[in-house]
Design a protein around this ligand. Structure first.
Ligand SMILES: Cc1ncc(COP(=O)(O)O)c(C=O)c1O
Length: 373
């Protein structure tokens, strides 16, 4: 077994991160506010071309505040992608609302416009959470159009998809409220953190107010609303500012990793790599493999890689299959039988996509997998 572990996706410090952290210390801005927090927000406003940005302690916090901005309250319904990480829908429950899960479409494996239309026939939601998984853009134009038709705001969960585009438009700009994660495994990290991006500057301002304990502008501590301690630390934002300078480089490394997998598995008909079509540019934050009529199952691959000290991971387990969420409504893309998300959960796999991985290490990963076929 190799002694150095190959990770799925680990932090990759690229340049000035430590210099900026030192600067935060030297200027004693070791607080949940400061110049690097402001700078990171400005960088994102410029990059995304939006008016509002609020740097927060996590992507989950950003989703929670997006929920509040959308006015989600007890008794409301909120539609949400079914195939995702639980952080996409937990904030629906925080606000006492009911999630309604929408299946994926074949192809992008993100929210199915067909299933979304079915759900609108039965429910009127307060908001729709559209997730773009693994760097792969959802079919944003169709999904946004359906939501517009029903006059329902979109919350874009692009936690995993910073840098991807759909028909030339950056993910994180399609929704009324948009979420990016800087968790340690994401394409750029602040160790932990997130960003809420809004079309209107006043929405980001309101989010900042809630994120800093809803303190009214008085000399004493005056509170008219429930608040949260959700602000990003200036030390973490310093890491983020250093990482942001290398975003394009990191995207390129992720895409090269994906292309090497495509090349490596091209002679194995049972292996299908999750590719984008002409409308989508994916960062391939994680390279996704799907097994087609294969005797080899994803778990065997995971276990074989594990024996070789290589990390891989199953696809997200759909939310409607989770014990905690199984009572909530779910809309299948298909007429009957297995949903698209369930099928991918059974046959898909997240391959090591660590930007720290060398080409030789990746060849080893490919070799271990190929040995099973
Ligand atoms: C799809 C998705 N949504 C939301 C989140 C939550 O982000 P965070 O971990 O920064 O809270 C994550 C990942 O971590 C995610 O993968």
């Amino acid at each position: 077994m190799r002694s150095k572990k190959i990770f799925l996706a680990s932090p990759h410090m690229m340049g000035k991160e430590l210099d900026y952290v030192k600067e935060a210390f030297e200027t004693n801005w070791v607080a949940p506010l400061g110049p690097f927090v402001n700078k990171l927000e400005d960088l994102f406003k410029e990059y995304m071309g939006v008016d509002g940005a609020c740097a927060l302690a996590s992507g989950t916090a950003a989703l929670h505040l997006a929920m509040k901005l959308a006015g989600v309250k007890k008794g409301d319904y909120v539609f949400c992608s079914d195939l995702t990480f639980s952080a996409s829908c937990n904030p629906i429950i925080y606000e006492g609302a009911t999630p309604v899960f929408i299946d994926s479409e074949p192809g992008s494996y993100n929210m199915s416009p067909v299933a979304l239309e079915k759900a609108f026939l039965k429910y009127t939601p307060k908001a729709v959470v559209i997730v773009s998984l693994y760097g792969m853009p959802a079919t944003m134009d169709k999904l946004v159009e359906i939501c517009k038709k029903h006059n329902v705001p979109v919350i874009e969960d692009s936690a995993e998809s910073l840098g991807s585009t759909y028909k030339g438009q950056k993910l994180g700009t399609f929704g009324e409220y948009n979420v990016i994660s800087f968790n340690g495994n994401k394409i750029i990290t602040t160790s932990g953190g997130g960003m809420l991006l809004t079309k209107r500057a006043e929405d980001a301002k309101k989010a900042l107010f809630w994120a800093t304990q809803s303190r009214e502008p008085e000399r004493h501590y005056e509170h008219k609303e429930i608040g949260y301690n959700y602000r990003l630390s200036n030390v973490c934002a310093a890491i983020g500012c250093g990482q942001f300078e290398h975003l394009d480089e990191l995207i390129k490394i992720k895409q090269d990793i994906f292309n090497r997998y495509v090349e490596g598995f091209k002679d194995i008909p049972e292996i299908e790599m999750l590719k984008e079509d002409n409308d989508r540019v994916s960062t391939h934050w994680l390279s996704i493999m799907r097994l087609n009529n294969s005797k080899v199952k994803p778990l065997e691959i995971i276990e074989e890689l594990e024996k070789n000290n290589i990390e891989s991971r199953p696809i997200w387990k759909p939310m409607h299959m989770q014990p905690i969420f199984k009572e909530y409504p779910f809309f299948n893309h298909n007429e009957s039988g297995l949903s698209v998300g369930e099928e991918l959960f059974q046959n898909g796999l997240c391959l090591p996509s660590d930007t720290n991985m060398t080409k030789e290490e990746q060849e080893e990963v490919i070799g271990v997998i190929k040995s099973l076929f």
